[in-house]
Design a protein around this ligand. Structure first.
Ligand code: GAP
Length: 470
């Protein structure tokens, strides 16, 4: 079977309660999506797997949850107020607005501004463009009961979780008594007023990030960077994404963010239907070497060549004192930054498969890694009008639920119930039948092979736990 495209996933996601278009009863809202009963389980599984791996299974990472709205000065000194923008150009004829890099080619720079060579307008075919203008993509809001145009009330919804980590560097360092190297991990919502959102949950204006800032001594940054690139490449495979659909992309110098010395993206084959193989790939996460830019820029100490303080607003110096060498310096930062939503999309695309049953009907099977499956076991009674069978099935579900996410379902014939569980990726279906009442055993059906095995009720919990982790 050829790889599914995003449209196939959109339809499955809606049909089976993974992801719905947001505000649908009012005509929707551009690129906003809501996660349904299955979607939120998958979403939470991604976040929990990341957090467990990052914070619990290592010895050198602390967790954090910082505010979404920060002091505006954070965004001034991080560089976001000045540089976090897309370049836009308008077609003078049809008045449509486009991202300059989508309708033109960057050819040079003049007075610090990019110069684009434009093609014909994709809407009306004319060739009459305005100059490219910067459009800041931070989402604005206002704090307090103030006049609409009071500039003092302006605030931003954070476009990345990272800055909340940098401004808490000293707090975490002091309270956790850490020594370099160590990291601070955070999962949370970020917001960007994207000019061209789209492709389902791939690019939205509200999304969630899993970011970790790893602080190291200058000079140890390059090796640490490579370790994190390799570690994440392996991690994505560990949660079930096939290596054939993952690749590393080294950002060329002209693409690097203003703070980055080197950035490597992990890309996923999000667009397998595109003819040009290069355009099939897009960013799943980025892993950047941010140098000492962030801690320096938020520090009151650093001065320019003339001795002028670069940050007169900060009250702290975010440098680090090395007890061994008796030296004070600004740590370098390695930043693995992943999107929860893009990970969910990659998991759904990678797990999608089709299989034909013995009646010649095509069935969708979501072969999610067991750890990612929203539901681990479905308990299904073979006869829903037989109280003893129903009672036994419900009791089994209750006995499983403290150990794994289990559901009970009797809303259809067994073929339909199996098909429904296959489509949401449930690894095991447990069927209670007439025989079960006599031999205290049930049938366990495997999602991927459709093979069935008879298991004693007394062994069921241990059996399921073992199969889920094997
Ligand atoms: N702190 C660094 C940073 O934010 P980024 O590459 O801009 O880096 C990291 O974002 C990850 O966040 C991306 O790889 C992607 O997975 C996710 N992401 C960024 N913008 C997004 C958007 N508009 N919609 C969905 N996910 C997004």
């Amino acid at each position: 079977m050829s790889a599914p495209n995003i449209e196939t996933i959109v339809s499955l996601a809606k049909r089976r309660g993974f992801v719905y278009p947001s505000s649908e009863i009012y005509g929707g809202l551009g690129s906003a999506w809501d996660y349904g009963p299955m979607g939120i389980e998958l979403y939470n599984n991604v976040k929990q797997a990341w957090w467990r791996w990052m914070v619990y299974e290592r010895d050198d990472i602390e967790g954090l949850d910082s505010s979404i709205i920060l002091n505006r000065l954070v965004w001034k000194y991080s560089g976001h107020e000045e540089t976090f923008h897309d370049w836009l150009a308008d077609c003078r004829k049809c008045k449509n607005r486009f991202r300059a890099d989508k309708v033109g080619k960057l050819v040079s720079e003049k007075d610090g501004k990019p110069v684009f060579e434009f093609g014909d307008c994709p809407s009306c075919g004319s060739h009459d463009w305005t100059e490219a203008r910067a459009f800041n993509t931070m989402l604005r809001t206002k704090l307090g009961a103030v006049a609409d145009d009071d500039p003092a009330a302006l605030a931003y919804l954070r476009p990345e979780t990272a800055q909340g980590i940098f401004i808490n560097f000293l707090n975490v360092l002091v309270t956790s008594r850490r020594k370099l190297p160590f990291g601070i991990a955070q999962i949370g919502k970020s917001f960007r007023n994207e000019v061209t959102p789209g492709n389902f949950i791939f690019r939205t204006r509200e999304f969630e990030q899993m970011e970790m800032e790893y602080f190291v001594k200058p000079g140890e940054d390059e090796a640490a960077h490579q370790e994190w690139i390799d570690a994440f490449h392996t991690w994505f495979q560990g949660i079930g994404i096939s290596s054939a659909n993952l690749r590393l992309y080294e950002q060329p110098k002209e693409e690097l963010a203003h703070y980055a010395k080197r950035t490597v993206d992990i890309q996923y084959r999000f667009f397998p239907e595109r003819e040009d193989e290069e355009r099939q790939w897009d960013e799943l996460m980025g892993i950047a070497n941010r140098t000492d830019f962030d801690l320096k820029t938020h520090s009151k100490k650093p001065e320019d060549a003339e001795g002028k303080r670069l940050n007169p607003d900060s009250t702290e110096d975010l440098s680090y004192f090395d007890e061994q060498t008796k030296q004070r310096f600004y740590p370098y930062v390695i930043e693995p930054a992943a999107g929860v939503n893009r990970t969910v999309l990659a998991l759904l695309m990678d797990a999608y498969s089709e299989k034909t049953n013995d009646k010649g009907e095509t069935r969708v099977i979501l072969k999610l890694h067991h750890s990612m499956a929203p539901i681990k076991v479905a308990v299904l009674p073979l006869a829903k009008n037989k109280p003893e069978i129903v009672g036994m099935a419900k009791a089994l579900k209750r006995s499983l639920q403290p150990v794994v996410r289990a559901v009970y379902d009797d809303t259809g014939g067994i073929g339909k119930l199996y098909a429904r569980q296959d489509e949401i990726g449930t690894p095991f279906c447990v069927t209670v039948d007439h025989q079960s009442l006599e031999d205290e055993a049930v049938t366990v059906r495997d999602r991927d092979t459709w093979e069935q095995e008879r298991v004693k009720v007394s062994d069921l919990t241990v059996y399921i736990k073992e199969r889920l982790t094997s």
